[in-house]
Ligand binder design. Structure first.
Ligand SMILES: O=C1NC(=O)[C@@H](c2ccccc2)S1
Ligand SMILES: [Zn+2]
Length: 262
């Protein structure tokens, strides 16, 4: 679907670290969330996420992560409330992870790294008709970030883990239906941090309202190990494990991170 935006993802090189700071970029992501410097905003509303598992379409390896894509041609999967003024449509979710459990997340909390981070990518369907348009606009995207910790097995994730061997190589894709992205959200989605930032991969456009959950989810060591069995490379190339597919933290440049909780 549109949201895979191949032109965006195809510019990514495995182990992409790219330019540390985009010239003139003063709202880049990810960042470190220094909790003591966040500002409670009582105007922030509860988040309302409504997802329809039937609109799940495919899962594919784009050479940087694996994406689970949804039909985003109707308002079946919406996100509103929180810091958002408009209604946003889910187009895909994906993860970033490390080669070890000691690092892998893109955002950090008081410099603490998590082994992985989930991103649910939504675009502003009140103002734009396609993901590609929204990705270039300041109020175009809303991404929910959820930290993963290694612990008990995540039952909902297992269906996704079982599909990964079929998309081991770059550009492989399989049909994937009836997956509820809501099962990957933490129990409490009312406690989050929010700030204005960017895509964490090319084109790095500063079009993202970030909503980073305070509460993490737990997955098992073995589930995360299957993520690491994916490859950045296609079947013809020399194999490179898909690990460390995260961008380094970027300067805050005077931005304020607001919290929905005290
Ligand atoms: O949150 C993000 N994670 C990524 O890999 C970036 C991205 C880039 C293009 C499309 C969707 C997501 S932005
Ligand atoms: Zn991401």
């Amino acid at each position: 679907t549109a949201c895979s935006s191949k032109y965006v993802l195809s510019q990514m090189h495995p182990m992409w670290q790219g330019p540390l700071v985009v010239p003139g970029g003063d709202r880049q992501s990810p960042i470190d969330i220094a909790v003591r410097k966040t500002v409670f905003d009582s105007e922030l509303k509860p988040l309302v996420a409504t997802y329809d598992p039937q609109t799940c379409q495919q899962i594919w390896n784009n050479g940087y992560s694996f994406l689970v894509e949804y039909d985003d041609t109707t308002d079946k999967n919406t996100l509103k409330g929180g810091p958002l003024k408009d209604k946003f449509r889910l187009c895909q979710f994906h993860f970033h992870w490390g080669e070890s459990n000691d690092w892998g997340s893109e955002h950090t909390v008081d410099r603490r790294l998590f082994p992985a981070e989930l991103h649910l990518v939504h675009w502003n369907s009140d103002r734009y008709t396609l993901f590609e348009e929204a990705v270039m606009e300041e109020n175009g995207l809303a991404v929910i970030g959820v930290f993963l910790k290694v612990g008990k097995r995540h039952e909902g994730l297992q269906k996704l883990v079982d599909a990964l061997p079929a998309i081991r190589h770059k550009d492989s894709i399989v049909e994937f239906n009836r997956f509820d992205p809501g099962c990957l959200l933490p129990a409490n989605i009312d406690d989050y941090w929010t700030y204005h930032g960017s895509l964490t991969t090319p084109p790095l456009t500063e079009s993202v309202s970030w909503i980073v959950m305070k509460q993490h989810i737990e997955v098992s060591h073995d589930q995360l190990a299957v993520f690491r069995s994916l490859l950045f490379t296609s079947a013809e190339e020399v194999q490179k494990s898909m690990v460390n597919n995260f961008r380094v933290q970027q300067p805050l440049r005077g931005r304020t991170v607001r919290s929905s909780f005290t």
